[in-house]
Design a protein. Structure first.
Length: 395
């Protein structure tokens, strides 16, 4: 048994934010039916590196789902969605606000059709407010949410994180919202509700002290490269072999152990450095001492010493490091899968890890429209109807 066994999810979204939420629900047992445009499918199928015409990303993002092709712009497609909604617990969508309303599939219509439905709506700016109609991708939400301004080196062009973190953060907030809404529905009378997740708000929610510091001190936090301003010491230090070691010595006891390790007993015993607020004032002095020590040791040697001293430290992983790391393997964070032609592919494992009802990959990512006939037949649409719809491009 999985924690979400029996939960029926209809996924109308494309690309990342909506589908990532559907992926997480499917990994823990939810039955997810993904609706895709006929002919082209979800644009993610052709993003980044392709194998036999399909993105290998697809194997991770869409595992455990069923694919049904359906033109939502047609009356027939909209009728199918309504039939599916009557049998669903959750609907996920990440279209521009107002799009589903134009198709007669907005929250008010669907809630009236199925009062118990929980509807997740992910968009750039939310379903309300003066910016609601603006197109908004993850990169825009990351910038508006405050993350982009803090990324990179001082005085240089702000850089993006390197992945669509705004989309996935929104998906995670969406999953939390779905579970909260389901709990409320099942405990308090059976009514579903609409969950409004904005990309920029999901990023802003991660911005820690950014707003309180501006509110109280007028301080506008600035990019700081590899350091973590206001928390010391925490930085990347170049080792003797040219690689970088990441050291987080910002706990009071950890700082003392770190200074002992690098032979800086004067810093260890300096009462002005006993707490973080004092260390922040002298962070350049501390960083210089750590950098001098790191420059005398190759990365792996430095890591061994730091781990033995119980100082949090690590190296900067790339994909090759991840694929070869024994801890990733031991934690089942690298799973073996296969592409449709049998080519083996590694995909990320499942997070979080539940002790009694863990998630599972039980179905590979579907081919485009793989389950269309099966689902439509179940809904009562006969073969002749499906053939006619297929000829018209509705499915």
């Amino acid at each position: 048994m999985k924690p979400l066994d029996g939960l029926r999810v209809l996924e109308l979204g494309q690309l990342i934010a909506g589908p990532f939420a559907g992926k997480m629900l499917a990994e823990f047992g939810a039955h997810v039916i993904k609706i895709e445009p006929p002919g082209t499918g979800d644009p993610l199928r052709t993003w980044r590196l392709l194998h036999e015409g399909t993105s290998v990303w697809w194997a991770a993002q869409s595992r455990n789902k069923e694919s049904v092709t359906l033109d939502l712009r047609t009356a027939e497609g909209q009728d199918v969605v309504r039939k599916l909604v009557r049998q669903s617990d959750v609907l996920i969508e990440n279209f521009r606000p107002g799009t589903l309303e134009e198709w007669g599939l907005g929250w008010e219509e669907l809630h009236a059709l199925h009062p118990g439905l929980v509807m997740l709506r992910v968009s750039g700016y939310g379903q309300t407010g003066p910016y609601r109609d603006r197109p908004g991708f993850g990169v825009v939400g990351e910038a508006m949410g405050g993350l982009r301004h803090l990324s990179g080196e001082p005085g240089r062009t702000p850089v993006r994180v390197g992945v669509s973190i705004g989309d996935t953060l929104s998906a995670l907030h969406g999953v939390i919202g779905i579970l909260l809404a389901l709990r409320h529905r099942d405990q308090n009378g059976g009514e579903g509700q609409m969950i409004d997740v904005a990309l920029y708000e999901s990023v802003f929610n991660m911005m820690e002290s950014l707003l309180p510091e501006y509110s109280v001190f007028g301080a506008v936090r600035q990019p700081a490269g590899s350091a973590l301003p206001g928390i010391a010491p925490s930085n990347a230090y170049r080792c003797a072999d040219g690689k970088y070691v990441l050291i987080a010595g910002n706990g009071d006891g950890i700082f003392r152990r770190l200074m002992e390790l690098i032979g800086q007993t004067d810093l260890r015993d300096d009462p002005s450095l006993a707490r973080n607020d004092g260390r922040v004032k002298q962070v350049d002095r501390i960083d210089a001492a750590i950098a001098d020590w790191a420059a005398q040791h190759p990365l792996e040697e430095a890591l061994v010493a730091l781990n033995e001293a119980r100082v949090p430290a690590g190296k900067i992983y790339d994909a090759a490091d991840i694929a070869g790391d024994p801890h990733y393997r031991a934690r089942d964070m690298i799973l073996e899968s296969r592409l449709p032609d049998g080519t083996p592919v590694h995909v990320p494992g499942i997070v979080p890890k539940l002790s009694a009802t863990p998630g599972e990959v039980y179905r590979p990512a579907p081919a485009l429209g793989q389950h269309t006939d099966e689902v439509l037949e179940y809904l009562g649409f006969d073969g002749a109807t499906r053939d006619a719809w297929r000829a018209r491009g509705i499915i």
